[in-house]
Design a protein around this ligand. Structure first.
Ligand code: 8YV
Length: 320
């Protein structure tokens, strides 16, 4: 499906997955949109449009493969709806001088809020408490106790913008934050641990706020889980790929870790069956940035980056 009002001046933009309605309306005005997700035959659509496509809109999850980039000889820019662009083959883009943008900053506070939300939900057993009331169990007696958040040591893996927002919020809750990052950050006045294992050994709660991709693949492995230990909690608001998920599930089953709050998974939207039955695990559907306000701000950045590119102005948030 392409837009009805096309002109020669309008660059063709492939929409791998539509973003927010307000942003889509703006894109419709300025570009000739080629909608992949609603096409009955995406392969044939790419084949037919490949010679015209100059821009792509995609999301962190849907990504853009090297194979797709290869098929689009006139491609100039990929605008990713999301701060994480691990699904986009940035190497392949660089080789072809294709620019890549993402949506940092506008979602940092929102994602950090979700991290704190998951910490409170897991330690204070809030999802379980809700289920307890709904099924009438309160009428039979009191619910088991939760765990105090105040004073707990919070190990933050990844001290970028989201990690820093998490640390601020944790301090407001009187938690004690420390971090691991690829490099120590001179601008962050918090205790630093050189490895995830050392941080996990120190922490009561380990929260993951690092990017996904090959550099962090299974950063949280059996050794990190063991270091966190049977009294430790894991919260993941980064990417499912950062955790060795089978190892985590096994550790939870065997009581070698206390509980987990998970917003991201290895094979979304599929969640390991075993986790669905665990009362000490809180599960959310990759929702950390999912508010109307924040998703609109992210979508506007996608529009503004495309606009800037095709008007020959500097990109607002370039990755490559
Ligand atoms: C998703 C995210 O991109 O920003 C990120 O990296 O993971 C999310 O905000 C969002 O679900 C849009 O698809």
């Amino acid at each position: 499906m392409t837009s009805a009002t096309t002109t020669d001046e309008q660059p063709s933009v492939l929409v791998v997955w539509p973003i927010r309605p307000n942003a889509m309306a703006q894109l419709e005005q300025e570009f000739r949109l080629v909608h992949l997700s609603s096409s009955p035959d995406p392969e044939a659509l790419i084949e037919a449009e490949s010679g015209d496509i100059r821009g792509i809109v995609s999301t962190g999850e849907r990504g853009v493969s090297a194979a797709l980039i290869d098929r689009l000889p006139r491609l100039e820019i990929v605008a990713c709806f999301g701060v994480g662009y691990d699904g986009i083959d940035v190497g392949a883009c660089r080789q072809r001088d294709v620019r890549v943008t993402n949506t940092p900053d506008v979602l940092s506070k929102e994602v950090a809020d979700m991290g704190i939300g998951l910490i409170l939900m897991t330690l204070r057993r809030l999802a379980e408490a809700d289920r307890f009331v709904r099924r009438g169990a309160w009428l039979e007696g009191a619910m088991p106790m939760g765990t105090c958040v105040t004073g707990k040591k919070l190990g933050i893996v990844g001290m970028g913008r989201i990690g820093q927002e998490l640390a601020k919020r944790a301090q407001a809750l009187e938690m004690i934050p420390a971090y691991h990052n690829r490099n120590r950050r001179p601008d962050v006045d918090l205790p630093y641990f050189a490895t995830p294992v050392e941080l996990a050994r120190w922490a009561d709660v380990l929260v993951l706020a690092c990017p996904g991709g090959p550099a962090t693949h299974h950063l949280v492995n059996e050794s990190v889980i063991e270091a966190l230990g049977p009294q430790g909690w894991l919260v993941n608001i980064s990417r499912g790929s950062v955790v060795d998920e089978p190892a985590l599930v096994k550790a939870l089953e065997e009581g070698r870790i206390r509980g987990a709050g998970l917003d991201v998974f290895a094979d979304e939207p599929r969640v390991p069956e075993a986790l669905l039955k665990m009362e000490n695990v809180v599960l959310t559907p990759h929702h950390a940035s999912a508010t109307d306000e924040t998703r609109d701000a992210m979508a506007q950045l996608v529009v503004d980056n495309l606009r800037a590119h095709f008007a020959g102005r500097p990109l607002l948030t370039a990755v490559a």
